[in-house]
Design a protein around this ligand. Structure first.
Ligand SMILES: [Zn+2]
Length: 205
């Protein structure tokens, strides 16, 4: 997804595109000299390069489903648990959804992150023969780690449902809306939204 999505208003519509045209695609009027509030805005991309994110839970769309993982600080290595055990990927997570797990000022945790993650990953429960696709998988690996970190900070642990609903669903919803919009623009050059729908889409980003 190398193009940036841009939105501008005209004819009381929100018009999404990759390149702002010289004329409005609806009325044909020139778009130069428009009012400030009608100036094009860039829609933030919901996908990031996971190898550049610190201490985060990453989700990448794979064959229509989502795979999840942890990310290790400094080295740019993404840890994730699959049938063959814990993987340490230094590529392949360039386009994914990121849920940040620490505040930027949590220095001691950030500094310890790699060590915690490596110790955690070498435990027997993450051996390949323990893998089970529905309940002992990459998601369990990530959530168990998150809960270890929470316990170390004397915080309450999260259930799978709570973590999914509070942290994962909002990000994946936003990302899937972005994918839909992006695909639409690849097919048709403009995506025009109006009325309530326009407000919804704007507030969604
Ligand atoms: Zn117009």
């Amino acid at each position: 997804m190398e193009n940036r999505v841009i939105m501008f208003h005209h004819c009381e519509k929100d018009i999404y595109c990759f390149n702002v045209p010289e004329q409005c695609p609806i009325c044909g009027q020139s778009l130069t000299g428009r009012r400030l509030e009608d100036a094009p805005v860039s829609i933030p991309n919901s996908f990031v390069d996971g190898h550049r994110e610190k201490c985060s839970f990453l989700i990448k769309p794979t064959k229509g489903s989502f795979l999840s993982s942890h990310y290790s600080f400094f080295a740019g290595v993404v840890h994730n648990y699959i049938e063959t055990g814990v993987q340490r990927d230094d590529c392949g997570w360039e386009e994914c959804v990121c849920v940040s797990l620490v505040q930027p000022d949590m220095y001691s945790l950030i500094n310890q992150w790699d060590l915690y993650l490596e110790q955690f990953s070498t435990a027997d429960i993450w051996l390949p023969n323990r893998y089970e696709s529905s309940h002992h998988n990459c998601y369990s690996y990530a959530l168990t780690f998150i809960n270890r970190v929470l316990v170390a900070q004397s915080k309450r642990q999260l259930s799978r449902t709570e973590f999914t609903e509070r942290f994962v669903v909002p990000q994946t919803k936003r990302a899937s809306r972005y994918i839909t919009l992006y695909r639409e623009l690849c097919r048709s050059y403009f995506y025009i939204a109006d009325g309530i729908q326009a407000e919804e889409i704007s507030s969604q980003f």
